[in-house]
Design a protein around this ligand. Structure first.
Ligand SMILES: O=C(O)CCC(=O)C(=O)O
Ligand SMILES: [Fe+2]
Length: 198
């Protein structure tokens, strides 16, 4: 398990920045409860080689008016921002040094919910997207795998209240995933703040 990423970044080009305790316990649990209650969580479906499967987690997409984003094979129109997210968004923008006009939310009911290997490299994110990921609830592992050399893999632990910034080059050079962890029984909510160009 890699914790001291700052020592690793110059060697790997993974370009991750972690802010542990970006939100304290009280702030993260307050936000978790708001999202549990106020987000219209959706179970979307995805078509893989012509067969339809339920996505193994719940999702939602919020953003500025008129923003659209294609994920899980479908185009989604952004639902309006929750007022309680705007202040957090501003704090995240100042850490990332850039604005975000949308957020994709994923809710993992337990360790059986997952997200497979992918890179967030859709055209509408631009050539070198910076994505900021806020983590609430259960701690989960996140894996990274080099596109050039699939044997080059890294793992980080995403804790409650932690902010992860995937910097420039991360999507171009690495895949990431949230693997199954059968022993985890708690809910995790992840928010990825994105800047969608239209
Ligand atoms: O749940 C996570 O931490 C990963 C989210 C992610 O990779 C994505 O939304 O593209
Ligand atoms: Fe992703």
């Amino acid at each position: 398990m890699i914790n001291k990423l700052e020592y690793l970044n110059p060697l790997t080009g993974l370009n991750l920045t972690l802010f542990p305790n970006f939100l304290n316990r009280r702030q993260s649990s307050l936000l978790f409860d708001i999202l549990e209650n106020e987000i219209a969580w959706e179970k979307t479906q995805v078509k893989v080689f012509g067969k339809i499967y339920p996505v193994p987690r719940l999702t939602a997409f919020l953003g500025d008016e008129g923003i659209h984003y294609k994920y899980s094979g479908q185009i989604h129109a952004a639902a309006p921002w929750l007022p309680s997210l705007l202040d957090i968004k501003a704090q995240i923008e100042s850490k990332a040094g850039q604005p975000f006009n949308s957020v994709l939310l994923n809710r993992y009911n337990n360790g059986l919910d997952k997200m497979g290997w992918h890179a967030d490299n859709e055209k509408e994110l631009g050539p070198e997207p910076v994505i900021a990921s806020l983590n609430l609830g259960a701690s989960r592992r996140m894996d990274f795998k080099s596109k050039k050399n699939p044997k080059e893999k890294y793992a980080i632990q995403l804790e409650d209240g932690m902010l992860l910034i995937m910097g420039k080059g991360c999507q171009e050079h690495f895949y990431h995933q949230i693997p199954v962890q059968k022993k985890i029984t708690e809910i995790r909510i992840n928010l990825t703040f994105r800047q969608i160009l239209q």
